[in-house]
Design a protein around this ligand. Structure first.
Ligand code: AMP
Length: 599
């Protein structure tokens, strides 16, 4: 508490802080409170939600309120109704021992007449969304010419939501000598413009760096095919039984579809998106805050300003369009010093985007393998067992204990455990019995291909020439099919296949080579009788040459020499030129029917 006192807070406000259990000021509070308590200091604060920024501006401003006056002295602007309500509640809590300070929240989506009646009583602090405030100013229900301070909370979000014009209107209606405190998680150009136009030589406070992710958040990613995104999501949720999370989607439709699927799969969840009425939104939020829902599926817009502490995870079902949205999404977890995990489910084409996000948030995404059934069942069972052990109602059982003992008397401890597990988890164990591996890991895949190639390289192959080729319509797939069909050996290892125009060269493992020619006898391909000729291996060729003391292709050599002698006699060739007249020596030699020994 002394620490808060050292910052300049005193009296009843300190008592309120103590009741909330705040012992030491958070870094943003430490830096901002003395500045705001001072005179004539504009301020730009770069801080994520969850850093304690509400108290950073709320505590000193409450202390500066003069309750002798009945007019509006502080204006706090925030992007959403939820955030407005949250700030209002926080301020009332801080001012628990200052009931003379009147705070009102003014936001769209509710009866404006009720709000007008409330503010007419004389309100010291107005917390408002920009659109509704403009409406109230135009109706002359609120007068902001008297304020000494304006707070722009989540300024980047307000501008994202298109409140630029409203902000310009509001700020130009406030007195020049007021102080302006701008709080933003990120600092895009539009926020810089507001700071430049409306703040006078502001001090800058940064908690974390510009657009940088919080240190308490770990970033994980799963890489799967697009069709497997939902299944991955479900497994990730099932594998974290204590999860309390927001799942972000890009569209309203995605949000409601995913929520429906998850509900169908037995997960306590609901959707939050722009198509819901205010009453529906409130219901969903109340259920989520009370943890009756384990996960909330939301669009970025619907979740703006949503203030829920203790989220264990944020899941990016789709990566957002821009990095700032990712910072906002992930900043919803890892708050108030707690650890949090931000998960991205991506497909391989999105890896570049992930790397771009990494560069800006200055954090590395850790690759995670999509959990398999066994891992999920283990996690669920361990969580369930812990819950049983932690159960606290044993004292109330005495009356019924005997009946339960009697029922279970015939079973051993092991049998009872088996029955219990099967009763609780029968469905889950069945569901996850034979799960498919959903991971798409390029590096791993490359590694596997390399390994397969290396394995292939160690196999000894024999080479054959077949008397059909591309012009006959042969494809590698067909050839592999034929080899497997006509060979007497099963699962023959096939090496290189080269299909030329009129014939085909291919390799099969050495062990089956001698049978291959026999097996292909009398086989027809589209009516063409197949002829298979083995090409001697280099080793074999060498052996033959050594045995017979002759060169590799003696007949060919003899023919060529005979032709050259004839040509030279006719004066058609210079002495050293080789090859037939008209042949192109650079052209690669193809295997043709005659060289393959065909018809
Ligand atoms: P905020 O960033 O204002 O949304 O605050 C995030 C959470 O941190 C809220 O639940 C606050 O009640 C809590 N909090 C704020 N300041 C402190 C503090 N000095 N010590 C402990 N908790 C705090």
């Amino acid at each position: 508490m002394e620490k808060f006192q050292e910052l300049g807070l005193n009296g009843e406000i300190l008592k309120g802080v103590a009741d909330l259990g705040f012992v030491t000021p958070s870094p943003v509070q430490e830096k901002a409170i003395p500045v705001i308590l001072g005179e004539q200091n504009d301020l730009v604060v770069l801080a994520q939600t969850g850093t304690g920024k509400t108290a950073a501006f709320g505590l000193p401003l409450l202390q500066k309120i003069d309750t002798e006056r009945n007019d509006t002295q502080v204006l706090i602007l925030s992007p959403t109704r939820e955030l407005c309500m949250q700030i209002g509640n926080d301020l009332r809590n801080y001012a628990k021992y200052r009931p003379d300070i009147r705070v009102a929240c003014v936001y769209g989506g509710t009866d404006i007449r009720k709000q007008i009646r409330e503010v007419k009583q004389g309100i010291h602090i107005i917390v408002a969304t920009p659109g509704r405030l403009v409406d109230m100013i135009n109706r002359k229900a609120i007068h902001i010419e008297t304020v000494f301070a304006v707070v722009l909370d989540e300024a980047d979000e307000m501008l994202n939501m298109g409140f630029q014009e409203d902000l310009d209107f509001i700020l130009s209606n406030t007195p020049k000598e007021k102080n302006t405190y701008l709080f933003s998680a990120t600092m895009p150009k539009e926020v810089e413009r507001i700071a430049k136009n409306y703040l006078i030589e502001p001090q800058e406070i940064a908690v974390g760096k510009k657009n940088q992710g919080a240190d308490t958040v770990s970033h994980h990613y799963y890489m799967v095919r697009a069709k497997d995104c939902y299944e991955t999501l479900r497994r990730v949720i099932d594998c974290a039984p204590d999860m309390y999370a927001i799942i972000f989607t890009r569209t309203k439709n995605d949000a409601s579809e995913i929520a429906k699927h998850l509900q169908r799969d037995g997960i306590d969840c609901d959707a939050l998106h722009g198509d819901l009425s205010q009453a529906q939104r409130d219901n969903v939020m109340t259920a989520f805050r009370a943890k009756r829902l384990k996960v909330l599926v939301a669009t970025d817009v619907a979740a703006r300003g949503l203030d829920v502490d203790c989220l264990t995870h944020v899941i990016n079902y789709n990566l957002p369009e821009d990095v700032e949205s990712y910072t906002h999404r992930s900043g919803r977890t890892g708050r108030a010093g707690k650890e949090g995990i931000s998960i991205a489910i991506i497909h391989s084409k999105e890896k570049g985007k992930l790397r771009r996000i990494e560069k800006i948030i200055k954090k590395t995404f850790e690759y995670k393998s999509v959990p398999q059934g066994e891992e999920i069942c283990r996690a669920q069972l361990a969580f369930w067992a812990d819950k049983i052990i932690a159960s606290e109602y044993q004292d109330n059982l005495a009356l019924y204990e005997q009946e339960v003992y009697d029922k279970f008397a015939a079973y051993s401890k092991e049998e009872l455990i088996q029955h219990l597990v099967s009763y609780e988890f029968g469905r889950l164990l069945k569901k996850y019995k034979n799960t498919e591996d959903l991971n798409v890991v390029e590096e791993e895949k490359k590694g596997k291909n390399k390994k397969a190639k290396e394995e292939k390289a160690t196999i000894a192959y024999s080479t054959f020439i077949l008397n059909i080729g591309r012009q006959d319509g042969l494809t590698p797939k067909e050839l592999m099919g034929m080899i497997n069909k006509y060979s007497r050996h099963k699962g023959v290892e096939i090496g290189d296949i080269r299909i030329f125009n009129t014939d085909t060269k291919f390799e099969v493992e050495e062990q089956v080579a001698s049978d291959m020619a026999i097996d292909f006898k009398k086989v027809l391909y589209k009516g063409i009788p197949l002829e298979l000729k083995a090409i001697p291996t280099r080793k074999e060729g060498r052996r033959r040459r050594e045995e017979h003391g002759k060169e590799r292709f003696p007949a060919k050599r003899e023919r060529r020499e005979k032709r050259s002698r004839k040509d030279r006699r006719a004066g058609e060739l210079p002495e050293k030129r080789r090859g037939r007249p008209g042949s192109n020596p650079k052209k690669p030699r193809n295997f043709n029917r005659s060289s393959a020994g065909g018809k």
